[in-house]
Design a binder for this molecule. Structure first.
Ligand code: SPV
Ligand code: MG
Length: 552
């Protein structure tokens, strides 16, 4: 056991030393230094953090306020494991030592043993136990509270010290003789016995409104061990008196909770009276302050370290053509046709947004002024009448950079299909419907032949690749229809740009369609196919439009 040396001097500021020392050592140093030290009360993780931020070198985990914060009485109504749980929040939130007000030790010597072990395991630097009986009563409640038998209490102290898992763990013995009306002599007798039993410090408590009896005790104690006081009732005594009396440590025992109660009451009243937040906003901590206190920044950094991030995809929607829907597309392009209260394009944009694709470029042409959707970037293909799909795509060439999704402007598909493409690790992946609808052979735009047909086998995870896409394929060899939705990785987008450049050089840019582009890509790079069974539609005809209006 380290002996108290009232003349020992500090060699470095406690705050600087705390970084290298264990919290056990830090609390011991705080008690044993010749300087007067201070512990401020905290009752949960947040208040502990506030105490540390204010510059305190240690925390008093008060039995009164730990209970009160749970709206419980200071009569051991909170179980000791509930106290332990709260302490864990407090140690997690701080780096300074915590002295637990362990009441009477929650029982006899055996309970103290287990308590001390658990406190050491949880990095709680010390415990203070008082010489009363379980269940305890707060020192300021009533008169002549029964005290513990001295020898029995010494047994509690010994058991605690024998159970500590760190040599520097601090056990403070609290003498309640003055509180319980037994006088100075009894207080000194008990303090002496507790010191001999192994206590590291003595807490002498008083409920008088002046410090007279405390100062008298200190004088007679004569620095035999660090002396701790709790001037809740004699708060008006200047701190200099305690310094002069060579008190080791002052505990400001309940002031965080009391301050919180006053602030909460004032705020609650003001909000109730004004039915507004205007008058309170500038008086209270900001939400940003809460984020800072709980260190949201650290979580953001950790997310960057641990969550694999794909670059966010953006989308290019080809919506320049009029389409063939008769009078319905007189004043608007096909993508703006209404599908149950929302245009096709709006629905498409919503599906993209729901899957996290928020940067959307729409290539417009026919009746472009009718495309009045917010949150999109519009580029124009003014030559929409004489050019094909590839030319429209080329109009958005600047947007083909990084992960890119390309979609026709007249398709609708379920969100999971898009999510599935976005999750794919393939560089180029096309969504293909494997259900050959009756109309397919005659009307389908973009039939595909792949290296293998759709398989419904649960265990079949083999990739499928595009062999050929077109509207003129032999119906018997076709494996499905491209849904007008393709996803490109950063690499895939580079291949796409390179292929468009090559086609431009060959004079194909203006008339080529997307199947031509994909067929060329497939001869040079793997173009992956994801099979689906329905859950999409395109709007080429009035019949399609009717179907679209029933699509959910
Ligand atoms: C506490 O803070 O719970 C104490 C100090 O034990 S006192 O309330 O003064 O007893
Ligand atoms: Mg207490």
């Amino acid at each position: 056991m380290t002996l108290f040396d009232a003349n020992s001097a500090k060699t470095a500021s406690p705050a600087a030393k705390t970084a290298q020392r264990s919290r056990f050592r830090a609390l011991r140093d705080l008690l044993e230094t010749a300087d007067l030290s201070f512990l401020l009360e905290a009752h949960n993780g947040l208040s502990a953090k506030v105490v540390e931020e204010a510059g305190f070198q240690g925390i008093w985990a008060s039995g009164l306020t730990l209970s009160a914060a749970m709206a419980l009485r200071d009569s051991n109504e909170a179980s000791w494991t509930q106290v332990l749980e709260t302490l864990e929040h407090m140690t997690d939130a701080t780096s300074i030592p915590i002295l637990l007000d362990g009441d009477t030790g929650y029982g006899n010597f055996n309970n103290v043993r287990r308590l001390v072990r658990k406190l050491c395991e949880r990095n709680v630097a010390g415990v203070c136990i008082e010489d009363k009986l379980f269940p305890k009563t707060n020192s300021f409640v009533g008169e002549a509270q029964p005290m513990a038998d001295i020898d029995e209490f010494c047994g509690r102290i010994k058991a605690g010290k024998d159970s500590q898992l760190d040599d520097d763990f601090v056990l403070v013995a609290r003498v309640e003789a003055l509180i319980c009306g037994h006088g100075m002599k009894e207080a000194l007798r008990r303090a002496e016995a507790y010191l001999r039993a192994g206590a590291d410090a003595i807490l002498i408590h008083s409920k008088q409104s002046t410090a007279t009896e405390i100062l008298r005790f200190a004088e007679q104690w004569g620095g035999r061990a660090p002396l701790v006081i709790v001037p809740t009732k004699y708060y008006s005594t200047p701190t200099a008196y305690f310094r002069q009396a060579k008190i080791s440590t002052i505990i400001w025992a309940n002031h965080m909770l009391r301050a919180a109660i006053t602030a909460m009451r004032d705020t609650a009243r003001l909000i109730r009276d004004t039915q507004s937040l205007v008058d309170v906003e500038h008086r209270i901590a900001s939400v940003g302050d809460i984020f800072r206190l709980v260190d949201n920044l650290e979580l953001e950094e950790a997310e960057r370290r641990y969550i694999p991030r794909k670059a966010a995809s953006h989308a290019i929607v080809l919506a320049a053509s009029r389409g063939d829907l008769g009078a319905i597309t007189l004043d608007r392009p096909k993508c703006m046709v209404d599908i149950r209260g929302q245009s096709l394009l709006q629905r498409l944009v919503s599906t993209f947004a729901a899957s996290g694709v928020k940067d959307i470029t729409v290539v417009c042409g026919y009746q472009k002024d009718a495309v009045n959707i917010g949150g999109i970037t519009m580029v124009e293909n003014d030559r929409y009448e004489e050019t094909g799909e590839l030319y429209s795509l080329h109009c958005a060439a600047e947007a083909i950079c990084g992960p890119t999704v390309v979609a026709y402007g007249d398709v609708l598909f379920r969100k999971y299909i898009l999510d599935n493409l976005l999750d794919s690790s393939a560089d180029v992946v096309l969504a293909v419907d494997s259900l050959l609808k009756e109309r397919t052979a005659v009307q389908a735009r973009d039939l595909v032949v792949c290296d293998r047909p759709f398989s419904a086998d649960y265990l079949d995870e083999q990739p499928t690749y595009l062999r050929r896409m077109g509207s003129d394929l032999d119906a018997n060899s076709v494996h499905g229809e491209w849904m007008g939705l393709a996803s490109f990785s950063t690499q895939g987008a580079e291949w796409l740009r390179a292929e468009m450049t090559a086609m431009q050089a060959e004079g194909l840019l203006e008339e080529a369609d997307l199947p031509t582009l994909f067929n060329r890509l497939a001869t040079k790079h793997p173009v992956c196919i994801k099979y689906y069974t329905g859950h999409w539609l395109d709007v080429d005809t009035l019949t399609d439009l009717a179907a679209a209006r029933n699509f959910s």
